[in-house]
Design a protein around this ligand. Structure first.
Ligand SMILES: CC(C)(COP(=O)(O)OP(=O)(O)OC[C@H]1O[C@@H](n2cnc3c(N)ncnc32)[C@H](O)[C@@H]1OP(=O)(O)O)[C@@H](O)C(=O)NCCC(=O)NCCS
Length: 332
């Protein structure tokens, strides 16, 4: 019997309609379009303005796109892995709600929190289930309503993040396509550099934590930048070497959209001198945390050909980071 690999067989995505441009941010904080563009590559982001809608809303739209595109009966789905740093609520699981809302009544679901690496870790988990033969149809969703945890008076964070969702369907493949290899890492050296300090078990919410704005994301941008460049580029280079891939062999770099300079540094380290191979949509969406990788897949799906070599790379709070080598499984 041929070996079972886990392949991506469909992609879906959703971003809210409301746009927050650099010009609009100029009215809100002491910043300017030139600074944001040159330091990050971001021009605008999408914001889910409806206060009654949380991350599950974004995720449901992305998952429904998969159902529409594939005509998949949701009752056939075995598992939904919901990568998010902004669940609808700390308890109950957002993924469970998403599964029920899309009619995946025979599936189980749970949330996975690994900040910006959540989707990559989720793909790994889904692949392990599929390779083992245990489950056959797994949806991995990356979705975040970052606007719910951003302080829009803090210019060091509010210019970076946006809201969005992306999803993939993963299924068994016997042609050798799909996930080939991965390197996943984490290190709590980053715990102090990028965090929401309160609201968890260590510092539960109080009037004081609210007054001190401890429920918003805070980061030491310089430190995060330094670790992001060296770690994301490091594992991306390593996964190429380990699989004997040259820069010619790599068709696409699917890198976490945190900062254009971080993505460029990773591409450089991999020797990818053809910029068309480096997927980029940070200018339109900013950093959507768990959603950046599947949003890239959705935007560029039509460019991928069966057998193409994709390198995924991510870096996020925690710190968490990793790279994965995947062979694309279909022509669209
Ligand atoms: C946040 C980030 C864009 C800042 O860029 P930087 O080049 O490191 O800039 P610095 O933080 O050194 O700030 C440089 C100056 O710009 C100022 N500045 C910071 N934010 C600004 C803004 N939005 N507009 C204008 N000026 C700003 C700083 O106050 C500082 O001024 P000073 O020199 O007078 O003190 C960059 O560090 C970064 O992208 N880090 C990684 C963040 C990230 O990816 N987080 C998510 C992880 S997945």
């Amino acid at each position: 019997m041929s070996k079972i690999t886990a392949a991506i067989t469909a992609v879906g995505a959703y971003v809210p309609e409301d746009v927050l441009t650099n010009k609009m941010l100029e009215e809100m904080v002491d910043t300017n379009d030139e600074w944001i563009t040159s330091r990050t590559g971001i021009k605008e982001r999408r914001i889910l303005k409806d206060p009654k809608k949380g991350t599950s809303y974004l995720a449901i739209q992305a998952a429904k796109e998969i159902l529409r595109k594939t005509n998949l009966d949701p009752e056939e789905i075995d598992l939904i892995i919901m990568a998010t740093a902004t669940p609808d609520m700390p308890v109950a699981s957002t993924g469970v709600h998403v599964a029920t809302q899309i009619g995946a009544t025979n599936a189980f679901s749970y949330d996975l929190q690994a900040a910006c690496s959540g989707f990559l870790y989720g793909m790994s988990t889904a692949s392990a289930y599929i390779e083992s033969g245990r489950y056959k149809k797994v949806i991995v969703i990356g979705a975040d309503k970052m606007s719910s945890i951003i302080d829009y008076t803090d210019r060091t964070t509010c210019i970076i993040f946006g809201d969005g969702a992306g999803a993939v369907l993963m299924e068994p493949n016997t042609e050798g396509l799909g996930l080939q290899d991965e390197i996943l890492r984490s290190d709590s050296i980053g715990r102090a550099s990028l965090k929401i300090e309160a609201g968890g078990s260590l510092t539960p919410p109080t009037e004081e934590t609210v007054a001190k704005k401890l429920h918003f994301v805070r980061q030491d941008g310089k430190t995060v930048f330094k670790f992001a460049v060296s770690n994301m580029a490091g594992v991306s280079e390593k996964i190429m070497k380990r699989n004997d891939l040259t820069n010619e062999d790599v068709n696409w770099l699917v890198a976490h959209q945190a900062n254009k300079r971080i993505i460029d540094a990773t591409a450089n380290r991999m020797g990818l001198n053809d910029e068309n191979k480096v997927l980029m949509n940070i200018q339109r969406y900013g950093n959507t945390t768990s959603a950046t990788l599947p949003l890239l897949l959705s935007d560029y799906e039509k460019n991928f050909k069966k057998g193409d070599n994709l390198i995924f790379a991510s870096f996020g709070g925690g710190f968490t980071w990793g790279a994965a080598y995947l062979k694309w499984a279909y022509n669209s």
